[in-house]
Design a protein. Structure first.
Length: 122
């Protein structure tokens, strides 16, 4: 829903929630709630015009910068995440793969765990 709201807000420019909801053909209250969440995430900007809040999407370049910053933060914390995941991965697990994409994922998975033993039932 946020992606659709972002694209419509980008297309319309500064506009009230009702206009965005009309363009999306969605309930105004739902769109308003989504817009508020996006403002908190710094994906939308607000301006008060004639006692009505108008929303505008941040530029795509700023969006890309935000995504890259978040990806960098995750990359920095990855060793901690991996350390935590090994604490809970003592139990054996079963995964199912289907189709060509599943086969590709299996090969990638086997290559990412050097020195480990994998068992498969085909």
């Amino acid at each position: 829903m946020e992606a659709r709201v972002y694209l419509v807000a980008l297309e319309l420019g500064q506009s009230p929630a009702a206009q965005i909801a009309r363009k999306l053909q969605e309930n105004r209250v739902t769109v308003y709630s989504t817009l508020q969440n996006m403002v908190e995430k710094h994906l939308m900007l607000t301006v008060m015009k004639n006692k009505v809040i108008h929303y505008s999407a941040i530029s795509p370049k700023m969006l890309l910068k935000l995504v890259q910053e978040r990806a960098d933060m995750i990359s920095e914390k990855m060793p901690e995440f991996l350390a935590l995941s090994t604490l809970f991965n003592d139990k054996p697990s079963v995964q199912f793969y289907e189709g060509l994409e599943g086969l590709k994922l299996i090969y990638e998975d086997t290559l990412s765990i050097p020195g480990s033993t994998m068992k498969a039932f085909l």
